[in-house]
Design a protein around this ligand. Structure first.
Ligand code: F6R
Length: 595
């Protein structure tokens, strides 16, 4: 959460910072601020509507509030006339530091943990920035990506990170820091990744990276393969809608390079069938939408490969003393690759010697770097806070893993394997057809927008999908919704059902159809308005559902790839019709780097 940027070069610094921050708004948008050197002084301007400082070197921040309410006083940058900083992360021991500094006579204006770091830098500052930064990072605990300016160095930006992402963008006569690649794409595609506690010193014509002992380090230049259009709306009203429409391409780009002769090829990560065959059980650990992708993976792996899969919410996994062992495989799923709880679960798995495999969208992110193997999803940057295309590619990778594992285990024949892979390859074509006309979903959304509470129901894979549909709707439309295993309703929840509570039923699995239809009839009998998402061949009596969203039919196992689209669209249009901020729903941030 929070996004930080920094710039030194020949352009108008305020313009660059504000432009770069706009690309990081998905990381938090409670407030924003910049500080720029103007005539050798640090000019600090809260909020872009004030007149902007003029200069060529500065730092900026967009905030997702952790300590202290969203307000001007809590906005970054923090500091004083000598030192100014922006920070992404959480300083766990800020209270002790604050007490110490208060005893030295320092006053504090904000409630933030960041201000204590700024004042600690000031306290230790002796004219030598590198030594000062090293001293401060030796004292602070927690996570941080810091952009720092010292008054005595008006043509330099300093940066350091630990457990929060930070890249150093490399331009011609200009250099950048940023929390994520989209912030710099307009200016350069080349960047360095900073390891924990490496300190970067940027001037217009060079970047130097040091370790905490002051030794200069050689770094490898990374090249972003995302193009600049990927971080723009491209004519769509919202990023979310654009990203929903990008799903066919995202799936193609993710699966095509990993399919060879209609079989899954993970040789890029050195994964052989023997390795896959050797794991005792599989843990899938993730948060939110990524965890829902894990649920789809669980059904498919267990069904095809007959290997037990335990899906866990990362924040729960960590604290329940999980029974994971060295013969187990842990799959971590994360769009950002920075989610704090998922990262911590990864560390725990490594401690016990389990093999870790991450499925991550952001190259060089912490989870990707720290796991034993990484399969990158190639969704391109996902800007909308509500995840759509990242989910689609996560499940596509889970399918590939399931097919490969099932074949490695001898649970499916080569013909079955090849036929499943071939069908997976056709899913983008079907998605394209579904996306040609989204009007009906918009119409159905108009029937949902006034509800105050909704239920999503399904069985098996449809239940996994319902979880995602429900999360999508509630996070962007603010309508309360729950997902339920359809058969579980009558064990309590059905008492909530009235004509006031619409029910979205997902029924794409033919073997469970009859049962699900019975459950739909049960809620219909209690007056609920029912929206049914199902395959096109399903014949249901007229009175079973009020609105039918029919999908082309492919292998049942693969239906979640298609059925996620109407669920995303229902959420999207409900949010639009309600006038909500679709791409930046309240209280949320895209990259959750706090526990
Ligand atoms: C919801 C959503 C979140 C994320 C979750 C994990 O639309 O996007 O639930 O899925 O915060 O984030 P990553 O995938 O970055 O680990």
């Amino acid at each position: 959460m929070c996004g930080i940027v920094g710039y030194v070069g020949f352009r108008d610094c305020s313009d660059v910072l504000i432009d770069s921050l706009s690309k990081l708004e998905y990381r938090g948008y409670d407030s924003a601020g910049i500080a720029v050197f103007e005539d050798g002084k640090i000019k600090d301007k809260m909020q872009a509507e004030h007149s902007k400082p003029e200069g060529h070197c500065g730092i900026g921040h967009t905030r997702w509030a952790t300590h202290g309410e969203p307000s001007d006083i809590n906005s970054h940058p923090h500091g004083n006339k000598r030192v100014s900083i922006v920070h992404n992360g959480i300083i766990e021991n800020y209270k002790e530091i604050k007490e110490f500094l208060a005893a030295q006579g320092y006053g504090f204006e904000s409630q933030t943990d960041t201000e204590t770091v700024a004042k600690l830098l000031d306290y230790y500052y002796d004219g030598k920035p590198l030594e000062t930064i090293s001293r401060v990072i030796a004292e602070i605990r927690g996570s941080y990506a810091l952009g720092i300016m010292f008054r005595d160095f008006p043509d330099r930006v300093f940066a350091v990170r630990k457990n929060s992402p930070l890249i150093v963008g490399l331009g011609e006569g200009e250099n950048f820091i940023a929390s994520d690649v989209p912030a710099i794409l307009k200016y350069t595609r080349e960047y360095y990744l900073l390891e924990h506690n490496e300190i970067a010193v940027l001037s217009a014509d060079k970047v130097k990276i040091y370790d905490v002992h002051g030794n200069m380090l050689e770094k490898q230049v990374q090249v972003a393969d995302w193009d600049i259009d990927a971080a723009e709306k491209g004519g769509y009203e919202h990023f979310m809608l654009k990203e929903i429409h990008e799903q066919p391409t995202a799936i193609r780009t993710t699966i095509t390079p990993r399919i060879c002769e209609d079989m899954v090829d993970f040789s890029e990560i050195g994964m052989t069938d023997e390795m896959l065959n050797s794991y005792r059980q599989i843990f899938v650990v993730a948060c939110g939408t990524a965890m829902h992708a894990g649920m789809v993976g669980k059904y498919v792996i267990e069904k095809l490969a007959r290997v037990p899969v335990i899906v866990d919410i990362a924040s729960e996994f960590r604290y329940r003393e999980p029974l994971i062992e060295k013969d187990d495989l842990m799959i971590l799923i994360s769009q950002s690759g920075e989610t704090a709880d998922t990262l911590a679960a990864l560390a725990l798995a490594k401690e016990v010697g389990a093999t870790t495999l991450s499925i991550v969208n952001v190259k060089g992110s912490s989870i990707a770097r720290e796991s034993d193997m990484v399969i990158y999803t190639h969704a391109g940057p996902e800007i909308s806070v509500a995840s759509t295309k990242a989910y689609a590619v996560q499940i596509a990778v889970m399918y590939m893993l399931a097919f490969k594992l099932a074949y490695a285990k001898g649970k499916i024949t080569k013909d079955e394997y090849v036929s499943l892979v071939k069908e997976l390859k056709t899913t983008p074509d079907y998605l394209e057809k579904i996306l040609v006309n989204t009007d009906y979903c918009k119409f159905v959304a108009s029937k949902l927008m006034n509800a105050s509470s909704l239920l999503y129901i399904g069985r098996g894979l449809d239940y996994a999908l319902s979880m995602e549909g429900s999360l999508k709707l509630k996070e962007i439309s603010y309508i309360h919704s729950e997902s339920y295993a359809a058969g579980e309703l009558k064990h309590g929840t059905i008492s909530l059902v009235t004509e006031e509570m619409p029910v979205i039923a997902v029924a794409t699995q033919k073997n469970l159809l009859e049962k699900t239809v019975s459950n739909i009839k049960e809620v219909k009998a209690r007056g609920a308005m029912v929206v049914l998402v199902c395959g096109e061949s399903l014949e249901v009596e007229n009175d079973v559902a009020d609105y039918l969203i029919k999908l082309p039919e492919i292998n049942d196992l693969l239906m979640p790839i298609l059925a996620c689209v109407p669920l995303q669209l229902l959420a999207y249009y409900t949010s639009v019709l309600k006038g909500c901020d679709v791409d930046k729903p309240r209280n949320l941030a895209k990259s959750v780097t706090v526990e």
